[in-house]
Write a protein that binds this ligand. Structure first.
Ligand SMILES: [Zn+2]
Length: 180
């Protein structure tokens, strides 16, 4: 599976949408399906960039359109680690969040909806990016399988997370490892 194209000299900008190349390079199909809120606004981008940070805080930068050409390194960011879940409630909680005042209320609400509702997904994304982690190997199932719990039938080309040690797959419907 091809890995993200991480450049050293420049920044990787992305939109938090299901088909963005940074998103698809760092989240599995199952993880993408589990995302609660996607970005809708065009008024800002998310960004990873190297520089004054080692990446230990797993920073995800937020670049409002008004700073598109700015070389200011201190752009707004969240540190997307599990321990910070619940920290970011309004743009004021975002580091350098004052620079997001150029966003209108709709765009700010869009951004906070992503950060609050999809925080778990963002932490996975940031971890994979900063640790240069490969995506877990994804199984492609062609045979018909059925779920021992909810009875869902899966057939054809379906991408699933790798099976558990007992050879059972996670059911996309009920999320239990009871698909065989
Ligand atoms: Zn099921």
């Amino acid at each position: 599976m091809p890995k993200k194209t991480k450049t050293t000299a420049s920044a990787d900008l992305f939109r938090f949408v299901a088909n963005d190349p940074i998103v698809t390079a760092n989240l599995t199909a199952t993880e993408i399906a589990a995302v609660e809120t996607w970005q809708d606004s065009d008024d800002y981008s998310f960004e990873f960039h190297e520089g004054h940070t080692s990446g230990d805080g797993r920073p995800i930068y937020i670049r409002p359109a008004s700073l598109a050409e700015s070389r200011d390194g201190n752009i707004p960011k969240i540190n997307a680690v599990d321990a910070n879940k619940g920290t970011y409630k309004t743009v004021a909680n975002i580091i350098n969040g004052g620079k997001l005042s150029s966003l209108d209320n709709l765009a700010q609400a869009d951004l906070m909806g992503v950060i609050i509702n999809s925080y778990d997904s963002l932490t996975i994304l940031a971890r994979r990016y900063w640790k240069n982690e490969d995506l877990p190997q994804v199984a492609q199932v062609r045979a018909t399988m059925s779920c021992g719990s909810c009875g869902a039938k899966i057939s054809g080309d379906v991408y699933l997370d790798p099976p558990n040690p007992f050879g059972k797959y996670k059911c996309p419907k009920c999320k239990k490892f009871t698909l065989k």
